[in-house]
Design a protein around this ligand. Structure first.
Ligand SMILES: [Zn+2]
Length: 139
């Protein structure tokens, strides 16, 4: 096969990093990352070849707020969910909980918005948060 004209545009999101060994500044992409057996992600500094740790798996021992969390609404590409959409999702959640009275809550995380309706004994307790943080830990 021979490519005559390549019109495929790959969207690459680069991360910027300052090497803790030589202080050089470089950018890397997902394909530059190596993952070791413990799930630790690193990239080799293009200047001094130092292994720069870019991500360590979150565990119940090393979890730390806000470092270990993904910050919705602040990160690149976060979709803004408007008030009409949120109101509509709250109403849908209540309808769903009425059909599933045994369920303790109905949760939605979308774009920059977190929504949870708790199914308490005598009320629906509704929480809405913008720019929220989340993290998960493997069991
Ligand atoms: Zn370096």
């Amino acid at each position: 096969m021979k490519i005559i004209k390549n019109n495929y545009e790959k969207e690459e999101i680069s991360e910027r990093y300052i090497c803790e060994e030589c202080n050089s500044v470089f950018e890397y992409n997902d394909y530059d990352i190596s993952i070791d057996a413990d799930g630790v992600e690193s990239v080799a500094c293009p200047c001094c070849n130092h292994r720069c740790i870019v991500s360590v798996p979150v565990t119940e021992k090393n979890i730390e707020f806000p470092k270990s969390f993904y910050h919705f609404g602040e990160n690149k590409g976060a979709v803004k969910i408007d008030n009409n959409e949120i109101t509509s999702r709250i109403k849908e959640s209540i309808v769903w909980l009425k059909r599933h009275p045994e369920e303790p809550y109905r949760y939605m995380g979308s774009g920059d918005t977190f929504l949870c309706v708790f199914n308490h004994e005598d009320e629906y307790y509704i929480m809405v948060a913008k720019n929220y943080f989340d993290a998960s830990i493997d069991k």
